[in-house]
Design a protein around this ligand. Structure first.
Ligand SMILES: CC(C)=CCNc1ncnc2c1ncn2[C@@H]1O[C@H](COP(=O)(O)O)[C@@H](O)[C@H]1O
Length: 288
């Protein structure tokens, strides 16, 4: 039963988690407003409560579409890299290498590096995923995306990049790429996600950033030296894939060991409780 609009005698009027009193108590109930005939007033369509439903639906659709993609890696990089740039060939090689190592490839579904990684994945016969974003200048998905989900909201889309990937491979890019890279690093640094591999490809492009992080950020205490260990820099696409595979295997093994340890501790605690139970007296046949 809905608890929308429940009068609480002497105490106000409850609408879900909201309690209303005095002048805040509405003169109609939520059901009355829902069932009222069509109105010319369509402001509600553009209001925040309705927006929340759309946000919720993006999570539901995204989780539904991606739940069964299996092991995957997210690949980020510039939307502006042209197909004849050497970075594009790197992206193709990364996409192909990931598929050969048994991973699906997730990108932002757009042009440039994203298209390169999707092309490599699709041509290698793997799962090529694009998580698109609605932008004022409509771009559409690159032709190499085989499973596409389009998002209105950056934050819902970014959740998918993290939730369904076992690692990030980042090629040269601009603000969008930095945003994705630093979000991943922040999530790992703050233990919001289990550590996962973050690999930068292209030392000529990324070395300057790493030098600045080391010199400016570490020197002024903005990050700790260990934080830089979260990033691996390589030039070879195969090395990028190998790092994700190896680090991923190590992390999975560590996680499985932790689960086994927790289960063993639980079993031991249960056994000890059982032993104490036997001392107190035999269990009845019904187990009651
Ligand atoms: C040419 C152009 C700006 C196209 C925009 N079309 C886009 N389509 C999909 N994802 C995008 C797009 N632009 C930025 N992104 C996201 O931001 C990253 C690239 O941003 P940037 O070009 O490095 O800063 C990508 O990894 C992607 O996830």
């Amino acid at each position: 039963m809905s608890d929308d609009g429940v009068p609480v005698p002497g105490n106000g009027y409850r609408k879900g988690p909201v309690l209303l009193r005095r002048g805040q108590v509405p003169t109609t109930t939520t059901d009355q407003r829902l069932l009222a005939g069509p109105s010319k007033d369509t402001d509600w369509l553009h209001g925040d409560p309705w927006r929340v439903m759309r946000i919720q639906s993006e999570f539901v659709e995204g989780f539904g579409a991606l739940a069964e993609i299996g092991k995957a890696v997210s690949v980020f990089g510039s939307a502006r890299t042209s197909p004849d740039h050497p970075d594009y060939a790197l992206a193709v090689a990364v996409g192909r290498g990931l598929v050969e190592a048994g991973y699906a490839v997730i990108t932002g579904g757009g042009p440039g590096i994203m298209a390169g990684a999707n092309q490599g994945a699709s041509q290698a016969g793997g799962l090529s995923v694009g998580l698109g974003i609605e932008l004022p200048f409509e771009q559409g998905f690159n032709p190499w995306v085989d499973l596409a989900v389009n998002f209105r909201y950056f934050f819902a889309r970014k959740t998918m990049f993290v939730k369904y990937a076992e690692g990030f491979i980042v090629l040269p890019g601009g603000f969008g790429t930095f945003d994705e890279l630093f979000e991943a690093l922040t999530l790992v640094q703050t233990h919001k996600v289990t550590e996962f591999p973050v690999v930068l490809v292209g030392s000529e492009y990324w070395q300057g950033l790493l030098d600045w992080l080391r010199q400016a950020c570490i020197q002024r205490g903005m990050i700790s030296p260990a934080d830089l260990d979260l990033i691996t820099l390589v030039d070879d696409p195969d090395e990028a894939v190998a790092h994700v595979v190896e680090r991923g295997a190590q992390l999975r093994a560590a996680e499985e060991a932790a689960v086994r340890e927790a289960a063993a501790a639980e079993a031991q605690a249960a056994a000890e409780t059982g032993t104490r139970g036997t001392v107190r007296g035999p269990r009845t046949p019904s187990g009651a």
